[in-house]
Ligand binder design. Structure first.
Ligand code: ZN
Ligand code: ZN
Length: 233
């Protein structure tokens, strides 16, 4: 199954308004993908609409979110149901500083329904650091039976390597997200303690606009798919 498990919807202020549930599904289908996840910054509020839209289009869907820890590290969480995603949202609400979004400066934060009609606006700014360390974020994801993947680990912005300098040996993450095979090799060379086979490796787009959604290049194996969403293929 071809996948892209790091896509931002129009709820993320930095994503284009064209990133509506149905547009994301349409582009994923044009690209030939089988399974997608939407991972907005510090929010799961777009997931019900995307779950419905993917179901209507025959795509598989995994509930996701991209958290920002107090160290400004980005971390992807994947969940087996909307109930768990809602519980994560409650936790985010208790950890998120109350800063209002400035639409002109950061962009809009639109919540849609599965027909791409706007049903709400997130008033708080989502691109902020939570009052929770990277370890605490991973712990909360695990408490909700979710899977924790360090996002874009070799990027120059908001990655574990830019913020902490390296991937700590005792950090209990489940997976690492890279952009290429070369990056994966680089990660393993820099961190010889990482067990390649016990780590989930994801290659995602981190798309903020439709054309950036991944091509059908990377396939997810059935065990990883099961772990992420709890369902058989
Ligand atoms: Zn990120
Ligand atoms: Zn992202």
């Amino acid at each position: 199954m071809f996948y892209d498990l790091h896509i931002h919807s129009c709820l993320s202020p930095c994503a284009e308004n064209e990133m509506t549930p149905n547009n994301i599904c349409g582009m994923a289908m044009i690209k030939g993908l089988d399974v997608i996840a939407v991972t907005d910054h510090n929010s799961t509020r777009q997931l019900p609409a995307v779950a419905e839209a993917t179901a209507m289009n025959g795509l598989k869907f995994i509930y996701g979110c991209e958290l920002e820890s107090s160290e400004e590290v980005h971390l992807l969480g994947y969940f087996k149901s909307m109930k768990q995603a809602d519980l994560l949202q409650n936790w985010i609400n208790s950890k998120m500083p109350d800063i209002m979004n400035k639409t002109d400066f950061f962009g809009e934060e639109e919540i849609m329904n599965s027909r791409d009609e706007m049903i709400g606006i997130e008033e708080r700014l989502l691109i902020v650091s939570l009052n929770a360390s990277l370890s605490e974020c991973i712990e909360r994801i695990h408490e909700l039976d979710g899977t924790a993947v360090l996002a874009h680990v070799m990027d120059r912005k908001n990655s574990v390597t830019t913020q902490l300098g390296f991937i700590p040996m005792d950090l209990p993450y489940d997976g690492l997200e890279v952009k290429s095979e070369t990056q994966k090799e680089e990660v393993l060379k820099l961190h010889p303690w990482i067990n390649e086979n016990k780590t989930i490796w994801l290659y995602d787009s981190d798309a903020h606009r439709l054309t950036d959604i991944s091509e059908a290049v990377h396939e997810i194996d059935t065990d990883t798919y099961m772990k992420l969403c709890g369902e058989n293929v």
